[in-house]
Ligand binder design. Structure first.
Ligand code: COS
Length: 383
């Protein structure tokens, strides 16, 4: 369906599409099999000037909207959401800086991420703090003119591959959500290390590690925003980034649909291509309709957020939950349409289905998204 993009937006799609067709799709199976971080592909994305899409122009980026950036993410997701995740996670990593960082911090840390010279990562989750984001236990204590961090972050995307980490730590445990603050930690800071890469069900080419802080000392000026405002910055960060996860879902669903239709036109049973059977047609019809609906909501949500930065939560959660549930359903149905071939590791359908699952879990489970939507509805109808 017509997407009503501007010339610039169509250019973003065209460049991302070319990278996806020429570099991501031909290499995704090998990257997945060997759990290999897609460094060369990310370098190509950087060379095409797409790393800094949502970074302001003053800091070396393209200065695009959230809508602009999800167009690229959707295309990469069509090829492989492990690559899309590594790409989007670098953008997520610097979002707290864009939301709350000082001009000096932005001047220092944003240009190398915009150029792709450095990658970023966002460190929030811990063993006992996932959905309960304010339950984190990592601490930061001011000692002279240095912050001392202690604790362990878990399941951090781009861990071990990034050079810049935006890390959430408690500066005052007694104040709960109001006692959290955000810090910039650099690869090589004393007392900071990353754990080994986790083995995952899907998105195997992306890197997921622990971040370990043992008396990690960083300069005082690495605090992002005011002390104690970290939780709000985290919430704003995630509200801005969740349309990107929705876009990965839309892209993945599109990739699975393309594959299933192509297969159904070629595969013959009972002397006819299986697409001529209504049972298969109905599955494909639902897959196509759901993918278009997910795209429409994701685009509408991104545009709403760009225009209303103070009213992001509901739209952001709605597109995340809908598009990622669609991605799970469409990839599962693609495997079904392809039958035995769909189930074999030799073909891409099974990877797509394995990959889809994480979309319903990370950057806030789909259950948390439904809570957010429900709470927002409750507030709206009280007004
Ligand atoms: N934008 C701005 N402020 C927000 C906000 C948002 N989206 N959501 C909450 N806040 C504010 C609240 O207004 C409240 O402020 P005050 O203390 O001034 O009243 C404060 O933040 C605490 O809010 P709340 O009490 O609602 O927080 P909860 O601890 O109940 O947590 C959820 C709310 C569940 C929504 C939050 O913890 C969450 O998003 N969890 C999922 C985290 C996640 O995505 N994890 C995945 C890993 S990150 S890649």
């Amino acid at each position: 369906m017509e997407r009503f993009l501007t010339e610039e937006q169509q250019m973003i799609v065209d460049i991302a599409r070319q990278i996806t067709d020429e570099l991501i799709i031909p290499n995704r199976a090998e990257l997945d099999k060997h759990h290999q971080f897609p460094r060369e592909i990310l370098n190509a994305i950087a060379q095409a000037d797409l790393m800094g899409l949502s970074i302001p122009e003053d800091y070396g980026g393209y200065g695009g909207s959230i809508f602009d950036s999800i167009l690229a993410i959707e295309e990469f997701g069509r090829g492989c959401i492990a690559v899309g995740t590594a790409y989007a996670a670098s953008g997520l990593g610097v979002l707290p800086l864009i939301v709350a960082g000082s001009d000096e911090q932005k001047q220092t840390y944003l240009p190398p991420v915009a150029s792709g010279e450095k990658f970023a990562a966002f460190g929030l989750t811990e063993a006992n703090a996932g959905s309960d984001a304010s339950g984190i236990r990592t601490t930061a204590v001011l000692d002279g003119d240095q912050w001392v961090l202690n604790g362990t972050k878990q399941w951090i995307t781009n861990g071990g591959e990034a050079q810049i980490y935006l890390v959430v730590a408690m500066t005052d445990k007694s104040r709960g959500a109001r006692g959290a603050s955000i810090f910039i930690v650099e690869d090589g800071d004393p007392g900071f290390s990353c754990g080994p890469k986790e083995h995952k069900m899907g998105i195997c080419a992306s890197s997921t590690t622990e971040l370990i802080f043992k008396d990690c000392r960083i300069p005082q000026d690495r605090l992002v925003g005011r002390k104690g405002t970290g939780f709000i910055t985290v919430m704003k960060t995630l509200d801005s980034s969740r349309p990107g996860i929705a876009a990965l879902g839309v892209g993945l669903a599109q990739g699975a649909l393309d594959m299933a239709v192509t297969y159904a036109k070629q595969r013959e049973q009972f002397g006819k291509p299986i697409i001529s059977f209504q049972a298969v047609q109905h599955m494909l019809a639902d897959m196509a309709t759901q993918t278009e609906a997910a795209r429409a909501l994701t685009y509408a949500a991104a545009k709403h957020i760009d225009a209303n930065p103070k009213d992001m939560s509901k739209a952001s959660s709605m597109c995340k939950v809908f598009a990622t549930d669609v991605a799970m359903k469409v990839t599962t149905d693609a495997v079904q349409v392809m039958g035995g071939y769909g189930y074999m590791c030799e073909y891409p359908a099974e990877k797509m289905m394995r990959d889809a699952k994480i979309l319903q879990i990370y950057e806030g489970t789909n259950q948390v998204q439904r809570n957010v939507i429900g709470q927002e509805l409750n507030k709206e109808y009280n007004r």
